[in-house]
Design a protein around this ligand. Structure first.
Ligand code: FAD
Ligand code: SIN
Length: 525
């Protein structure tokens, strides 16, 4: 067993910002970061567009950023949370800059602010088109300066250690005491005891296979919290990014940032038509849910599995300067963007729902916090406004830190049991991969951008079979990361399907054809 004051699971922007704050404030206490892959591997590392915040008061205001966020969220945002995050945002971004994050500036030294879908003003701070890797680099540099931060890379958090209140106890909620963690290199399962635990495990994109997310995005934190009986909400609101590069396969795909449309690129269908004018007055810069559904509808009508992003009319030198990574990635695929249109297709990108947290990042389980993409703060409602998630993560990391400054969580005296599991044989053969692919196909075909009640019912039935196979594999074999991830993805799929079936009105990123009178894209016939 190992003990720490603060256990943070995940090393993206959420986990690292929190670790820096706690370690700086409490030099005598230890912060342990558990992360399942290389320490920098995360959704954060691949963020392109940037971080939305109000930095130019001449053309922008908190009021407008709040308004845009509420419009994108389609009536389901928590307005107090929206105001809090947006008004606190600039302060937190200054802090990131103090920690070494470099955002681009114009020749006059002002921030070069990008524009993205759903935003009424240019307000996205960025570092070229590799904002996330710049943030991850700076945060990791900072983290490494603290002797009281311990990073356990290639360590997979399997489950939280919790205890329900005993009958007659004064406590009325389940309490978290730490987590069971698999050392991926030795196979040892370690009991990590902690005063407070924060889940910062990121997104769920891999559940769909075809995603902009890296392979680590398997929804582990949400699944662990669900098993610990924490409250989970809004999982039906999966955001599909409209413009992943079409690569003709169902795996992870390179993103073509929305900022490219903010820079002036056009969407065209297979006939070369600029179709977005049929769907929304904001055309290419409508919010993501609307653009993704419009593309989905064009693809289905044409039977061509992609549409195009046309950059040929743009100032290519300026494009290359703004988006060097995208320019290079297209070049590697033999797409010469000054003359070729880029084939693009929507892909699973972001989960708007997750583990419910209050204003201090507290979950419904005592001493368990959640931060970043795996949390559901109320900021995004039914659809996240572009570039609001990095913002949310840094604001809530600060709030969790503030809570810990005001409240000392005493170490528990409870003796924790070791991880209980019969050691079975290591799973061999292709069954694990096949079951994962079956799950992903189910999610793509039956729980995608456009859903129907009958498809969702069928998905529920099919998932029950996959669940049974997975539970048997889990019970009978030695644990390893891919097996635990499959189990977690099945749980996440279950949450997305059941929450979808509970929703009877279309909102934001959720669209069921059986409720199509509220179809926001019905202009196109
Ligand atoms: P992550 O950065 O995903 O970090 C999660 C961490 O948890 C990882 O280190 C992972 O390995 C670890 N982990 C997961 N499960 C376990 C486990 N069981 N045990 C141990 N460790 C575990 N948002 C914006 O605001 N602006 C953008 O421009 C933007 N662009 C994006 C572009 C792409 C291609 C993608 C994929 C996302 C983008 N997003 C953007 C979304 C944003 O990047 C994420 O929402 C945000 O980075 C999430 O940060 P996080 O710290 O919550 O999670
Ligand atoms: C992008 O650059 O298009 C992604 C922005 C985001 O997901 O917020």
């Amino acid at each position: 067993m190992t003990e720490t004051q603060y256990l943070i699971i995940g090393s993206g922007v959420a986990g690292l910002s929190l670790a820096i704050k706690l370690a700086g404030e409490f030099p005598e206490r230890t912060v342990t970061i558990v992360t399942k892959s290389h320490v920098s591997e995360s959704n954060t590392k691949y963020a392109q567009g940037g971080v939305a915040a109000v930095f130019n008061a001449e053309v922008d205001s908190f009021k407008e950023h709040i308004h845009d966020t509420l419009v994108a969220g389609d009536g389901l945002c928590d307005t107090a949370v929206v105001a809090r995050v947006i008004e606190e945002g600039p302060k937190r971004l200054r802090e990131l800059m103090d920690w070494g994050v470099r955002f681009d500036t114009d020749p006059q030294g002002n921030f070069a602010l990008g524009k993205e879908g759903g935003h009424s003003a240019s307000r996205v701070l960025h570092h070229k088109d590799t904002t996330g890797s710049e943030i991850e680099r700076a945060l990791l540099d900072r983290v490494r300066r603290f002797e009281n931060i311990r990073i356990l890379a290639h360590h997979f958090a399997i489950d939280l250690i919790t205890h329900a209140p005993l009958p007659g106890s004064q406590r009325d909620t389940t309490q978290c005491y730490g987590a069971y963690v698999l050392d991926e290199k030795t196979g040892e399962i370690i009991t990590v005891k902690a005063n407070s635990v924060t889940l910062a495990t990121g997104g769920v994109g891999k559940v769909y296979g075809h995603t902009t997310n890296p392979a680590v995005a398997t929804g582990d934190g949400i699944a662990m919290a669900y098993r610990a009986k924490a409250c989970i909400r809004d999982m039906e609101f999966i955001q599909f990014h409209p413009t992943a590069l079409y690569e003709g396969h169902d795996g992870a795909s390179f993103l073509i940032s929305e900022a490219v449309r903010g820079f002036g690129a056009y969407l065209r269908n297979s006939k070369g038509e600029r179709f977005m004018r049929y769907y929304d007055d904001r055309e290419e810069l409508a919010s993501r849910d609307i653009v993704a559904r419009a593309i989905d509808s064009e693809i289905k009508a044409s039977k061509v599995p992609y549409v195009y992003l046309d950059c040929t009319h743009l100032d290519i030198e300026a494009f290359r300067h703004e988006f060097p990574n995208i320019y290079k990635a297209c070049g590697h695929k033999q797409i010469a963007i000054w003359k070729d249109w880029i084939p693009v297709v929507p892909a699973a990108h972001y989960v708007c729902g997750g583990i419910v947290v209050d204003r201090w990042g507290r979950t419904s389980v005592r001493n368990l916090f959640a931060c970043g993409e795996n949390s559901r703060t109320g900021l995004h409602g039914a659809n996240r406004l572009a570039s609001n998630s990095l913002l949310e993560a840094v604001v809530y990391a600060h709030r969790i830190y503030s809570y810990h400054c005001k409240h000392t969580i005493e170490p528990s005296t409870v003796a924790l049991p070791g991880f209980q599991m019969e050691k079975g044989p290591l799973l061999k053969g292709k069954l694990l991969q096949k079951t994962t692919e079956k799950l992903q196909q189910l999610m793509r075909t039956q729980v995608g951008i456009v859903r129907s009640t009958s498809q969702l019912e069928k998905a529920k039935e099919d998932l029950a079979q996959i669940h049974e196979i997975t539970e048997t594999l889990y019970r009978d074999h030695s644990l390893h990361t891919a097996l635990c991830e499959l189990r977690n993805m099945v749980t996440v799929a279950h949450l997305i399907i059941t929450h979808s079936l509970e929703r009877t009105v279309n909102k934001g990123g959720y669209f069921n054809i059986d409720y199509s009178e509220s179809n926001k894209t019905k202009k196109h016939v």
